[in-house]
Design a binder for this molecule. Structure first.
Ligand SMILES: [Zn+2]
Length: 313
């Protein structure tokens, strides 16, 4: 029986690898560029080649590898079927576990959606360590997520489990989301969404704000201004986070998690953000005392690698 596993975080630009033991101790970490040309046809063979080379260099037997877990930026069903990964150039459904396992000479492979997998990583070794029921939100360019029940990640029947970013929170939103729907959580609570909501707030009135004098501003600028007491920025951020708190309350009424874990670039705002979310979330919970914790993710860019490794353990 093997003693080691490999976690692969397949991203649009870089693919990150980790060689871990059963307890999650990282023995080695490396990365390769993700070659997306030719409809992404080199991606899996590059991964296989890189893993086999690493095993050879380190003198590790294939039999000593329990398996290879891969987080991919697209929906993966419980049967391992990947519907599509638009940003990798994969438009046709296929079974990456089977393909990659064949390339690796039979090493077992397990794949999962990258946001789900990052959630699993945080639950194992990060901000959610010690919890068995959690809902994870990654607030980055978009909003990703993961739902863990009794220690198991819920991939769902059609790979839509944990796609919290595309829950409709405002059916009256005039602009369309990247997914085509109107009023998705992602349109407000992502970094892009926070900037857009601040721009809207500025356009709606002549109220003073430090953002008004900036020649273009980032999500960090908005969050910094809000923290520094800029009323317009603070109200705008609160408006965005109110939608996230609403979705947290949906989650509580469905799976009743012990903890919400907030990760991604926006989470760098730290306790300012989690305190605000706790307060707003409490406003939507009446059935029980609000008991779920709101915690910050702690693994940063390594969450995907840890979670992918955890998939095969
Ligand atoms: Zn959407």
């Amino acid at each position: 029986m093997g003693t080691k596993c490999i976690g692969v975080d397949l991203g649009g630009t870089t693919t990150k690898f980790g060689l871990l033991d059963r307890e999650g101790q990282v023995e080695d970490k490396w990365e390769i560029p993700t070659r997306k040309e030719d409809a992404g046809s080199h991606i899996l063979s590059d991964i296989a080649e890189s893993i086999l080379k690493k095993l050879k260099d380190k003198g590790i037997d294939k039999e000593d590898i329990i398996g290879v877990g891969v987080g991919v930026p697209g929906p993966v069903g419980n049967d391992g079927k990947l519907t599509k990964c638009v940003n990798l150039g994969w438009f046709e459904p296929f079974y990456p576990e089977k393909t990659l396992s064949e390339m690796l000479g039979g090493i077992p492979v397990k794949a999962g959606n990258d946001a789900n997998v990052a959630a699993l990583g945080e639950l194992w070794k990060g901000g959610g360590a010690g919890y068995k029921n959690a809902v994870f939100f990654t607030l980055g360019t978009g909003v990703g997520g993961g739902v863990v029940v009794d220690g198991r990640m819920i991939a769902g029947s059609f790979g839509m489990g944990g796609e919290v970013g595309h829950i409709t929170v405002n059916p009256h939103e005039p602009d369309a989301c990247n997914c085509g729907n109107h009023g998705c959580l992602e349109q407000y609570a992502s970094a892009t969404g926070i900037v857009k909501q601040a721009q809207r707030a500025l356009a709606k009135s002549d109220r003073p704000s430090v953002l008004r004098d900036m020649d273009g501003f980032t999500c960090k600028d908005v969050l910094d201004a809000a923290k520094d007491g800029d009323a317009l920025a603070a109200e705008s951020v609160e408006g965005s986070m109110r939608y996230l708190a609403l979705v947290m309350s949906f989650a509580s009424h469905i799976t009743d998690p012990e903890v919400f874990i907030i990760g991604g670039g926006v989470s760098k705002a730290g306790v300012y953000l989690t305190d605000m979310l706790k307060r707003l979330y409490a406003g939507y919970i009446y059935v029980s005392d609000p008991q779920a914790e709101v915690a910050l993710a702690s693994l940063g860019n390594d969450a995907g690698m840890y979670g992918a490794a955890r998939l095969v353990l």
